[in-house]
Write a protein of this length. Sequence first.
Length: 132
Amino acid sequence: MTNKTPAEFTLIIFPEPTTLTVRISGELDYDTSEDFVHVVVRHLAEHPRPHDVHLDFHELTWIDSTGLSALLMIHRHTRAADATLHLDNRPPVLDRILLVTNVLDHLTTPHHTRAHPSGRPANDDITGTGSF
């Protein structure tokens, strides 16, 4: 039997004027997800409303359902900041959980809440039928 030591979980933050990039290394799971969400949300609050949030998963070694839940929570916060979430350099383990749960498009579809000059939502924010 082989005892594999889990890869150390680390986050490296690269804030830029319109972009926040977070490089994730190691395992995103029950033990690390809370820290992941806390760090990203804190940087979103401190960052001057980025247009894009890039999560770089090049060095991700594992993700479980709690890690997926953390991604959904980060998506909620990026949407509240009117930013688009990008999941960059996805390893097969991440693609597999996103495929099985069918959430990739949900997490990465651009979101725009900026109001039309009339004060009404922009056309891409209107759902349903009918007119104003």
